[in-house]
Design a protein around this ligand. Structure first.
Ligand SMILES: Cc1cc2nc3c(=O)[nH]c(=O)nc-3n(C[C@H](O)[C@H](O)[C@H](O)COP(=O)(O)OP(=O)(O)OC[C@H]3O[C@@H](n4cnc5c(N)ncnc54)[C@H](O)[C@@H]3O)c2cc1C
Length: 375
């Protein structure tokens, strides 16, 4: 591929790079994607695949809801192994203070036409009998979805390839800019537009991007069909996801189509090794047991870690990178990149082609990130 000229060269074949490749290619642009490993091998392979509407900020809500609708539209075309299931989320309130948050979320979503239902303690127990006793209630968000991220990324990349995109695997980018991606073997790939979609590693070859690696652990159990019906997330999760400095864990469990239970989640800064941190794993599982004691009797079959790409204001970077007309970013999706991949691709390609975007892009422009800092 040396010195071939493409309209677009994307670095990173995670779900974000794959979604961008698909969107560019379907708009008839000549696309090349390079990845040092394989499709969906980074955070995409590690993620939970919860397609979830979030309300941390108006920007986060708009992006997650827009993208969720795009997933809904894509549903009929998805391959079976993407395991798209509209399981719904229940935000679990452990006490009355968290019930107040249930009511706040219900009002927020209601004002924005997202269906939700407030559950009292008995309704919660009816829907999820294996939750521990003493929970105050919860909020059911029925349109949230669960899918299997690596197969979703592969689906998008294969569709991009059917529209002419070229994929170069085992190719490590060392420099990106001025219409060229330089690879570790010193070859170069030329493109009018370059997209850095390298997730937690984006800042390694675009200096100045404020992205930190935020490590997470997950555990998957053996098959226990029927034990869990919805994705259950403690409302304390919001505190954990908001904390920008401390290590945290939260109860977050997901039913897989196989009957397996995926147990999360943890968040850590400063732990850049892939190995499991036993103290975080122990804390995470203890938290899960507090909410669902039955998990204690289950067999875990695998534990792994992954790295979220965290920005200072918890919103991704989607758009032109100042100082280099050829360079665009599609990165910094932290714990929501599976959800927001499709909307990211639409917003990026709409900006580049001068099309009207479905939602305002200002909150995601990389220029806004340069004015803030990690706290
Ligand atoms: C534990 C955990 C749970 C999560 N749960 C969810 C969830 O339930 N829902 C949700 O929406 N999101 C979730 N996420 C977040 C989600 O996984 C990520 O936001 C998303 O996968 C990011 O995709 P990406 O394509 O930007 O990055 P990645 O998937 O990390 O892809 C980046 C790619 O770039 C490649 N690359 C890096 N450097 C180079 C280089 N120099 N040259 C060439 N290639 C390079 C890598 O090999 C990789 O393939 C979770 C994340 C974690 C860690």
């Amino acid at each position: 591929m040396n010195d071939a000229a493409y309209d677009v060269v994307i670095v990173g074949a995670g779900i974000v790079g794959a979604a961008c490749a698909d969107e560019f290619a379907r708009r008839r642009m000549r696309v090349a994607v390079v990845d040092r490993e394989v499709v969906g091998s980074g955070a995409t392979a590690a993620g939970m695949g919860h397609i979830v509407v979030m309300d941390d900020s108006e920007g986060q809500f708009a992006l997650t809801r827009y993208s969720q609708k795009l997933w809904q539209e894509l549903r009929a075309e998805l391959a079976d192994d993407v395991e798209y299931e509209q399981s719904g989320t229940i935000w679990v309130a452990a006490d009355e203070e968290e019930m107040a948050e249930v009511h706040r979320k219900h009002a927020f979503y209601g004002e924005r036409s997202v269906p939700t239902e407030i559950l009292d303690a008995s309704a919660l127990k009816r829907l999820e009998p294996n939750l521990g006793d003493g929970m105050a209630g919860g909020l059911l968000v029925p349109e949230d979805v669960v899918l299997y991220p690596p197969c979703a990324a592969r689906f998008l990349m294969e569709r991009a390839q059917r529209h002419g995109a070229e994929l170069l695997l085992g190719a490590s980018a060392v420099e990106i800019g001025q219409g060229r991606v330089r690879l570790a073997d010193r070859s170069e790939i030329g493109g009018g537009i370059l997209v850095n979609a390298a997730g937690a590693w984006s800042s390694e070859f675009t200096p100045g991007i404020e992205i930190k690696k935020r490590k997470g652990h997950l555990v998957i159990t053996d098959r226990y069909p029927g034990f869990l019906r919805h994705q259950l997330v403690e409302l304390g999760y919001l505190k954990s996801a908001h904390s920008l400095s401390t290590d945290s864990v939260a109860f977050n469990v997901q039913p897989r189509r196989t009957g397996q239970i995926l147990i999360g989640s943890s968040r850590q800064y400063g732990a850049e090794h892939k190995e499991v941190d036993q103290h975080m794993l122990t804390r995470m599982l203890q938290r899960a047991l507090e909410y669902m004691p039955g998990i204690g009797a289950m067999t875990a079959v695998r534990t792994w870690t992954g790295f979220r790409a965290a920005t200072p204001d918890k919103l991704p970077l989607i758009g032109p990178w100042p100082g280099d007309k050829s360079l665009y970013l599609a990165t910094g999706h932290e714990g929501l990149g599976i959800t927001t991949s499709l909307a990211t691709a639409k917003l990026l390609v709409d900006q580049i082609t001068g099309s009207k975007t479905e939602i305002p892009v200002e909150a995601y422009l990389p220029t806004r990130a340069r004015e803030t800092a990690h706290v």
